[in-house]
Design a protein around this ligand. Structure first.
Ligand SMILES: [Zn+2]
Length: 150
């Protein structure tokens, strides 16, 4: 029996029908196999500090993404839900947003209206005048004739 590509004679135990060189070339041209090989290699990367750095880098990327929307005091809770409790990212985000909204409502409810106003001003809210929507009182009457009828 000879190699299917180069006609090199093959051993009796050969099952692929190709010589060593062409068998490897054929396997390496498979993109799925290539991806698996790469993934396996990076998962067991021999340099431990490089592996740790890469994991930290990936962790930082996802943590930065979470910090874009998540209140800082809930970041750890988000990752606990997402990684340890097995919630998907959107589920964990929904839980965190609900928790944060409830905590904010509770905090605001414990404040006086004056404290709430002062906080809004501290956070940059400008002071605006409220438009006076009441009808102006006529300064006089015409002997009982309603000024609106004039
Ligand atoms: Zn060959």
């Amino acid at each position: 029996m000879n190699c299917g590509t180069c006609d090199k004679p093959l051993g009796k135990k050969n099952v692929s029908g190709y010589c060593r060189f062409h068998s490897a070339a054929g396997l390496n041209s498979d993109p799925v196999r290539k991806a698996l090989k790469y993934a396996r290699r990076s998962a067991t990367m021999s340099a431990p500090d490089r592996r740790a750095r890469m994991i930290a880098h990936l962790g930082r990327i996802s943590a930065d993404k979470v910090r874009g929307w998540c209140p800082p005091e809930y970041v750890d809770e988000y990752f606990r839900l997402n990684r340890k409790k097995g919630l998907t990212a959107p589920e964990a985000k929904a839980v965190i947003l609900k928790l944060a909204a409830a905590a904010e409502r509770k905090r605001l409810a414990a404040m006086t209206p004056f404290e709430r106003s002062m906080e809004r001003i501290r956070m940059g809210a400008g002071i605006t005048t409220k438009p006076d929507l009441r009808k102006a009182d006529p300064a006089f009457t015409l002997g009982g004739i309603a000024s609106g009828a004039l």
